[in-house]
Ligand binder design. Structure first.
Ligand SMILES: [Zn+2]
Length: 249
């Protein structure tokens, strides 16, 4: 069930049954010459909506722009400063908390969001929970789609070589499954991108000129994307239900 497609009386009624909600958190940033700029947002939105439909979980609108300063030397990338991101996440959580949501599951699609999400979650708890009874406290969780054990194992099976860490074949495969009309092709040279360190956006572009890190996204295909989405949906449902106590808190 999608929050955006509900009315307020429906949410009032929902809250008598469940105080849990998934907030998908994406990013808008370059994903190499063949990966879509919306990759991280598209991935978490699709997986969260599928899980919501399959297991009757409420899903908030996707938070579409994350902390991606290191991608800003590539056209089209967008980034929030960490303090802006933290403040916005805090306001989203405080809004939901005000209506009675007490289990907010931030379902993340971008590595650069993890540290600021964890910081935001700590801030929110410190601000909202003092003085509350134990059973009335807000709890938040941060989980990234690729961290489910089954998804991690599937990535290793599908791409024993050339998975890498940015513009990976797994994330590109998910977007190919989601938007088959937007599949791109380009020459990838070298076939598997280099790996290494970087300190800032210019440095990143110098070290990884086409935007990929360690990956060969030409391995991606929509059928793999479907398998990855199915595995992530299953992982998300189990993990969310564990977090909320079967959806009823
Ligand atoms: Zn990504």
């Amino acid at each position: 069930m999608q929050l955006a497609l509900c009315t307020w009386p429906e949410i009032d009624a929902w809250l008598t049954r469940s105080k849990g909600i998934i907030v998908p958190v994406g990013s808008t940033e370059q994903h190499g010459p063949t990966g879509l700029i919306g990759t991280d947002t598209i991935s978490v939105e699709m997986i969260a909506k599928r899980a919501g439909e399959a297991a009757n979980i409420l899903v908030a609108p996707v938070f579409p722009v994350g902390v991606a300063a290191h991608h800003m030397a590539f056209a089209g990338s967008m980034s929030l400063r960490p303090e802006t991101f933290r403040a916005a996440i805090r306001d989203w959580a405080a809004s939901l908390d005000r209506h009675g949501f007490r289990r907010i599951y931030f379902f993340n699609g971008h590595g650069g969001n993890i540290a600021p999400l964890n910081a935001a979650v700590k801030e929110i708890s410190n601000e909202l929970n003092p003085g509350r009874a134990e059973n009335d406290r807000l709890e938040c969780k941060v989980q990234s789609w690729w961290q489910f054990e089954s998804v991690h194992a599937l990535c290793q099976t599908l791409y024993p070589e050339g998975h890498g860490s940015h513009a990976t074949p797994s994330e590109v495969a998910i977007t190919q499954y989601a938007f088959p009309d937007a599949i791109k092709s380009a020459a990838l040279e070298p076939r598997i991108a280099p790996t290494g360190r970087f300190t800032n956006a210019e440095d990143y572009r110098a070290a990884f000129p086409d935007g990929r890190i360690g990956s060969n996204p030409a391995l991606a295909n929509p059928a793999d994307g479907e398998k990855l989405v199915d595995a992530a949906v299953a992982g998300l449902i189990v993990d969310f239900q564990r977090f909320t106590g079967n959806g009823v808190t």
